[in-house]
Design a binder for this molecule. Structure first.
Ligand SMILES: NC(=O)c1ccc[n+]([C@@H]2O[C@H](COP(=O)([O-])OP(=O)(O)OC[C@H]3O[C@@H](n4cnc5c(N)ncnc54)[C@H](OP(=O)(O)O)[C@@H]3O)[C@@H](O)[C@H]2O)c1
Length: 241
């Protein structure tokens, strides 16, 4: 990976969906990207400035050591940390196992808190502009049926982002959160429903990636706290219909 002037963005969930779209746009704009995901077997990006690290972020006990090692391997300035990896386990609460509940909270919230805590001293020490951006969700704003634990994980990440923004307000580290509604990605592959097939029924991953670039471009001294975006027409359909 070359040491380029736009700097490095560390991006979790870079192997698929929203993260893959973000990686592609960042690389096209001249950033280096260090991706974190479990596997890149379905990733379509090959670029000299794209480094891929395979890591299971839900292995919470191993995470501090693994992230410390990743930090030691990074020699160039870090321009941003995008905490985007996530999973959905959508069902009524009685149908969710405790293992599912734990996995959602650890993958969608706790791992991002641990990764951010590990990166923060280095990011503050750089004394240059840094953006930490979280992928929240419309589920971070309003609870809805079959989303009890997923919504809880996204409310948690939103509260975490708000508190951290305040904690970082006297440094050059800015904290933002993107809250999309339905985005057409493999997120729905293992779920029993998906957005309707109309172009108005889902956001495209590129739409989210464009907004992330706008956060990076904001004038230093201004923080884009949150961006909420929705499909024009909310339609959900059961799989196979
Ligand atoms: N799609 C939507 O409608 C929607 C709407 C609002 C918010 N979001 C949020 O957007 C984010 C990205 O989702 P997406 O729609 O792009 O889904 P996706 O296509 O399924 O991508 C999820 C990404 O997260 C990574 N990931 C999941 N578990 C991981 C783990 N234990 N360790 C490391 N990486 C892991 C996946 O990598 P591996 O495949 O290698 O595990 C993948 O790169 C999530 O936080 C999701 O909650 C999605």
């Amino acid at each position: 990976m070359s040491d380029n002037p736009k700097g490095l963005i560390v991006l979790s969930g870079a192997s698929s969906g929203i993260g893959q779209a973000i990686a592609a746009k960042l690389l096209a704009k001249g950033y280096s990207v260090l991706g974190l995901a479990e596997s890149y077997s379905n990733s379509i990006i090959t670029h000299q400035n794209f480094s891929k690290i395979e890591i299971d972020l839900s292995l919470i006990d191993e995470l501090p050591g693994a992230i410390a090692e990743i930090l030691r391997s990074i020699s160039q300035p870090i321009r941003g940390l995008v905490n985007n990896a996530g999973i959905g386990r959508m069902a009524f609460l009685e149908q969710l196992s405790v293992a599912d509940m734990r996995l959602v909270m650890e993958t969608n919230f706790l791992c991002h808190a641990i990764v951010t805590k590990a990166f923060l001293p280095r990011l503050k020490k750089q004394q240059s502009l840094v953006d930490i951006i979280f992928t929240g969700s419309e589920a971070a704003l309003t609870g809805a049926r079959q989303g009890s634990i997923y919504c809880a994980s996204k409310f948690a990440i939103r509260g975490f982002a708000q508190a951290l923004r305040d904690e970082c307000s006297r440094s050059q580290v800015r904290i933002s959160i993107l809250n999309p509604g339905a985005v057409r990605t493999p997120f729905f592959d293992d779920l029993h429903f998906e957005p309707g097939s109309g172009t108005n029924n889902a956001i495209e991953p590129d739409d989210v990636a464009d907004l992330l670039l706008s956060i990076l471009k904001a004038r230093p001294g201004t923080v884009i706290d949150e961006i909420n975006l929705s499909p024009q027409t909310h339609v959900w359909q059961k799989k196979g219909k």
